[in-house]
Design a protein around this ligand. Sequence first.
Ligand code: NAI
Length: 538
Amino acid sequence: MSAAHYAAARALLADPLTNKGTAFSEAERDRYHLHGLLPPHVGTLESQIARRRRVMEAMGSDFQRYAFLRELQDSNEVLFHALVQSDLPRMLPLVYTPTVGEGCERFSEIWRRPRGLFLSWPNRDHMADILDDTAFDRVKVIVVSDGERILGLGDQGAGGMGIPIGKLALYTACAGIHPSEVLPILLDVGTDNEARREDPLYVGWRAPRVRGADYDAFVEQFVTLVAKRFPHALLQWEDFAGKNAYDLLGRYRHRLLSFNDDIQGTAATTVGTLLAAIRRSGAALADQRVVLFGAGAAGSGVAEMLVQALMAEGLSQSEARARLWAVDREGLILTEMAQRPEGLPPQQVALARAREGGMADKMDLLATVRHVRPTVLIGASGQKGAFDEAVVRAMAEQVERPVIFPLSNPISRAEAHPADLLAWSEGRAIVGTGSPFGVAGVTQVNNVYIFPGVGLGALACGAREVSDGMFMAAARCLGQLGGDGEGLLPPIESLRDVALAIAIAVADQAQSEGLAMARPEHYTPEAIAARMWQPNYR
Ligand code: NAI
């Protein structure tokens, strides 16, 4: 055997896209000279899944399971994805939230092999060369973060790479995007997390964050290169800090096929779940009175999408806004607050309401609930326990089926425990939470219900951009899919069907807005379903 044969055999086993481990057949072992490198047992994908599952379950913590799965992904992608898909309810929380949080905090500790790209400030002059690698020729979906606002955990610097990796695993699991077509990217512009910078294990660039004009130029360079190198790819902005998240979305959403999941995905997931809840409560959307607690990135995104949904029901913009009351740190957001020296944050200006007769001087949440008598209460404040007994009882006294969504993550930040909401409302509340609580009948409002379908639909129809209308179509579709009996949304097991249904709705909407560039036969339901990849060995 020649040296080239030996090298080719090793390369086949080392590449996670070609490696089959013990599942290489005898004929393949002959042809590729794998005898000896592999133990003699010839396995099947099913036996490999069972073996890995047993090893994984014997581990002592979810973080260990997360690290184990990351390593499996880096050695055999088919097996990794087959294992994930074999039991989505069990595997999703290990591959993504909540475990991925610790995965980002301890990213440097478990870094083994390259996956995706680190585009760092010190290497900015090499960015074009780095992206030119032919290994990325097939890339269709990019998830990019700068690691500054990782879940509720703040700045994780290069460790934020755990998020693009995890989200793209879900693109493959739910939307059937082939593993060779996804590219996680971390823009490493430093970190203001001193503990990370001083950690001897930290793998990122050890410097305070680059900000201002330099940061903007760096991202501009990145976007320009991506647009040239991957003109038809979809890019998802993920876990950027508040102002950057809005600025980048606004600057680039018409230049790149792109969206921000924290803003747009959250809004569509929440509105979709809300539509399902309202259907269950039996009242019309236009008759709802919605109090929003916490009007930051997530809360204001939800508010704006709700306004659009209400306007689609025939309300004028001012009538739609009159259905919404937003409460933030200083209480109910009132137009008079704009007169203060510090003014109102930009995303809150349109949410401010005029003071009405009967309002207390300081309209805290309880006073607002008493005044407004809301049918819907949504929390996106990160304030644990803010939906207390007094607030919930005041709401439940006025409405038969109060809809209450404490969305803040993680569990330690949730506005209420769902079991308390059910107890204080004598079981009448319809509850959705951001985090999984494992309480029967409570729906988890998780973005995984929306983004894979939006991405799949946008790619399938060759969309020029991802419009607000496409997100609204996704939300409506989700709201109509129906729950699994008690919950408001379909069960996690059916996420592939959910993604397909949403993709069809999104592609149809893109077509009706004149944004679909592909020929219609490319995005029929059958054509989209046929292109969804299944993890099987070739
Ligand atoms: P953010 O920091 O932009 O917004 C938080 C808002 O809450 C700010 O406007 C802040 O002023 C306000 N706030 C803080 N303390 C308050 C208080 N005592 N009373 C009233 N308002 C107060 O954060 P972002 O990105 O909007 O996230 C908020 C929460 O929503 C987080 O816990 C996040 O995990 C959760 N979230 C949940 C999602 C889901 O369930 N699918 C998706 C995205 C976010």
